[in-house]
Design a protein around this ligand. Structure first.
Ligand SMILES: [Zn+2]
Length: 89
């Protein structure tokens, strides 16, 4: 089991949660381009904390690690426009 696999898995979980909560979005035309969404990242932190406490995300060591991933992904994509068509919400 490699560290990088683990890292990718956790990034994936964080991306999915941010997309689900509309903190990030997918370009409606180019479906593999991630762009900024309409919700605040703090909403995602709250959801993550709640879900973590219920035991839904055992992949993360603690709640702090989960929010660190969310923040990292958010910082990476929040200001993104679609690189192909330039659309943003
Ligand atoms: Zn696009």
């Amino acid at each position: 089991m490699g560290v990088s696999d683990d890292y990718d898995d956790k990034r994936d979980i964080a991306i999915q949660l941010l997309l689900q909560k509309k903190v990030l979005a997918i370009c409606p035309i180019h479906t593999d381009e991630i762009i900024g969404g309409q919700s605040e990242v703090f909403d995602a932190y709250k959801i993550a904390a709640f879900a973590y406490k219920k035991g839904e995300y055992p992949q993360f060591e603690d709640q702090r690690e989960f929010t660190d991933y969310l923040k990292e992904i958010y910082d990476e994509f929040a200001d993104c426009e679609c690189g192909i068509c330039g659309s943003a919400f």
